[in-house]
Design a protein around this ligand. Structure first.
Ligand code: HEC
Ligand code: HEC
Ligand code: HEC
Ligand code: HEC
Ligand code: HEC
Ligand code: HEC
Ligand code: HEC
Ligand code: HEC
Ligand code: HEC
Ligand code: HEC
Length: 309
């Protein structure tokens, strides 16, 4: 490709946008490192498309094409923002390659995407659980063939995307689980930031399971006048499975066994559930122990020390 031609294909608008843009930190660094004018070696999307017809379809309907946002590929080098400068490749496609992501290592792919996506929810990617298992952005996203309505996922929705590897968690949704997740009003990402977080288990909020839960269920946080010792420390998961379980309210065990894991002997012995006693005592059906101990997460009632009010 001749240089004059090159200039022609870089549309004036794009060039102006590039020059005028408040460059992100990454781009600043790149420009300082490179004495070349920004467009050296770059031929622009139109030139790529003369040989790679159709590869702009998905890109154009994504945020990557939003040229008014100075941080997008459209406002920078188009296809070449990701694939790298293509002038030499276009002159000799068989021997000179641009970046072929399906052949690159995970870390090389990630490095490319992270030149732009290194802030906000992506700031913690490096060293995160997914990164350290050698996954790439492309393990979940597809730039050219996204199937989801949101976030360019490779699967039709988030649940299906996660299910490709975490089938066990997704299966639990069919049981007693967070109803809004099944209904699509909540997602795995309501609780997790899969791009990495400072918290355990890629949790979005709170560095303990309980802190994560009480970020939404604030009324369970306390402090209460009477605390149930079972809720001390990091403990919601002592009784609940966040992903769902076979018991109502996502409880990890059926009642009364849930309580009896800890309460062997009480003034009314836990053995009230012996078959002999059950046959004669009809007070204990229904919600079992919490029929009476209804403030099981803690009580603020002056007479609530037994969590019955
Ligand atoms: C003159 C035609 C031509 C132009 C212009 C061109 N390419 Fe290519 N490109 C090819 C050919 C031919 C191949 C296949 C080469 C091979 O497999 O040996 C190819 C391969 C590729 C591949 C790897 C595809 C694969 O399946 O392995 C990518 C990615 C690519 N080009 C991107 C680009 C981008 C981005 C641009 C614009 C900067 C561009 N190409 C410009 C002809 C072109
Ligand atoms: C945001 C980064 C990005 C932009 C912009 C982009 N691509 Fe891609 N391209 C990718 C990734 C990642 C893949 C791997 C498959 C996927 O994710 O869909 C890919 C795959 C390809 C392939 C097939 C290579 C393979 O491995 O199968 C071609 C050809 C290609 N892109 C050409 C283009 C052209 C032409 C443009 C501009 C119209 C473009 N790309 C814009 C990231 C990008
Ligand atoms: C030149 C900068 C740049 C590069 C390189 C880049 N992106 Fe983006 N991307 C953006 C901007 C800007 C947006 C829109 C604002 C946002 O969501 O941060 C965006 C949006 C996205 C979105 C959200 C799309 C939506 O519709 O919600 C995904 C997913 C994404 N990029 C993935 C990738 C992947 C994967 C790569 C690497 C193959 C990549 N990006 C490379 C700049 C870039
Ligand atoms: C384990 C799967 C997975 C991996 C790996 C992954 N993502 Fe995502 N990404 C998601 C999901 C799910 C969402 C939607 C999250 C949401 O709705 O909050 C998302 C959302 C995004 C968005 C849109 C954010 C927004 O605010 O709309 C961008 C941009 C993005 N990812 C970029 C990347 C980049 C860059 C990488 C690689 C460093 C990457 N992702 C790796 C699953 C993944
Ligand atoms: C390509 C496979 C793959 C996909 C897709 C995937 N993950 Fe993972 N995920 C893993 C692997 C591997 C680990 C590490 C498991 C381990 O260390 O035992 C992991 C770990 C996790 C962890 C635990 C992190 C920790 O600190 O222990 C969470 C939470 C998680 N993934 C959530 C998700 C969510 C949510 C999605 C969907 C948006 C998703 N993952 C999609 C492979 C995947
Ligand atoms: C209501 C919040 C919430 C939702 C929604 C949620 N998780 Fe979790 N997830 C958690 C918590 C809390 C933990 C830590 C549990 C523990 O360590 O006891 C966790 C742990 C994990 C782990 C790692 C622990 C393990 O047992 O391997 C994976 C993987 C995971 N979640 C995947 C998913 C997937 C996939 C989805 C969507 C189907 C999802 N999560 C939805 C809160 C949630
Ligand atoms: C992102 C917000 C969010 C987080 C984080 C969250 N929840 Fe929920 N939870 C909800 C919503 C919304 C509902 C449905 C509320 C309703 O129907 O009234 C719900 C319902 C529940 C229910 C009742 C289920 C039923 O069958 O009625 C339990 C139990 C529960 N959550 C426990 C937890 C636990 C334990 C955690 C921490 C692992 C947690 N939640 C984290 C939003 C959240
Ligand atoms: C000692 C066991 C236990 C612990 C620990 C526990 N729960 Fe519960 N939780 C229960 C039981 C039992 C129910 C069912 C109560 C009922 O049916 O009235 C329940 C019900 C719920 C509900 C739905 C009904 C309601 O009261 O809103 C939510 C939400 C909930 N728990 C959140 C949490 C959170 C958040 C934590 C951690 C701070 C937690 N639980 C810790 C036993 C426990
Ligand atoms: C993880 C262990 C654990 C589980 C599970 C548990 N508890 Fe507790 N509970 C405790 C501990 C420890 C105390 C404090 C006992 C003490 O101070 O003597 C306590 C205190 C109580 C008290 C007040 C007793 C007193 O002497 O003040 C009641 C009532 C109670 N629990 C009921 C229940 C019920 C009902 C369930 C099931 C929904 C349950 N607990 C599940 C550990 C547990
Ligand atoms: C019919 C109502 C009822 C049911 C059902 C019930 N309790 Fe109680 N429980 C009470 C009352 C009332 C007290 C307070 C007695 C007092 O203060 O003297 C109490 C006290 C307790 C105490 C503290 C007493 C002690 O030993 O110091 C524990 C622990 C306890 N219950 C656990 C349970 C467990 C576990 C279950 C289920 C197996 C259960 N309760 C079912 C009404 C009930």
């Amino acid at each position: 490709m001749k240089h004059t031609w090159v200039r022609a294909v870089v549309s004036a608008g794009v060039l102006l946008a590039w020059l005028a843009m408040p460059a992100p930190a990454g781009a600043d660094a790149r420009r300082q490192q490179s004495p070349d004018p920004p467009q050296a070696g770059y031929i622009g999307a139109d030139a790529c498309l003369t040989c790679h017809e159709g590869y702009d379809t998905a890109v154009n309907s994504s945020k990557h094409a939003f040229a008014k946002d100075p941080r997008t590929p459209a406002a920078a080098y188009g296809c070449e923002s990701c694939h790298g400068p293509g002038e030499a490749h276009s002159q000799d496609p068989a021997s000179v390659k641009v970046k072929i992501f399906t052949k690159l290592s995970a870390s090389e792919t990630n490095e490319t995407c992270l030149t732009c996506h290194d802030r906000g929810q992506h700031a913690m990617w490096n060293g995160s659980a997914h990164d350290s298992r050698n996954m790439s952005c492309g393990s979940c996203h597809s730039v050219h063939q996204p199937k989801s309505a949101r976030a360019q996922l490779a699967a039709v929705n988030q649940t299906q995307q996660c299910a490709t590897c975490h089938r066990d968690k997704v299966s639990k949704l069919d049981r007693s689980g967070h109803m809004p997740v099944r209904e699509g009003k909540m997602e795995c990402s309501s609780c997790h930031n899969v791009h990495g977080s400072t918290n355990v288990r890629l949790l979005k909020a709170g560095n303990t399971v309980s802190e994560s839960c009480t970020s939404c269920h604030a009324e369970k946080r306390g402090p209460f006048l009477f605390e149930h010792a079972a809720l001390a420390g990091d403990s919601c998961s002592t009784c609940h499975d966040p992903h769902g379980s076979s018991n109502e309210r996502m409880l990890v065990a059926k009642q009364p066994f849930l309580c009896q894991r800890c309460h062997n002997f009480t003034r009314h012995p836990s053995t009230i559930y012996d078959s002999a006693i059950l046959a004669t005592n009809n007070k204990v059906f229904g919600r079992s122990c919490v029929t009476c101990h209804s403030t099981i997460h803690g009580s603020n009632h002056p007479a609530g020390s037994r969590f019955v009010r």
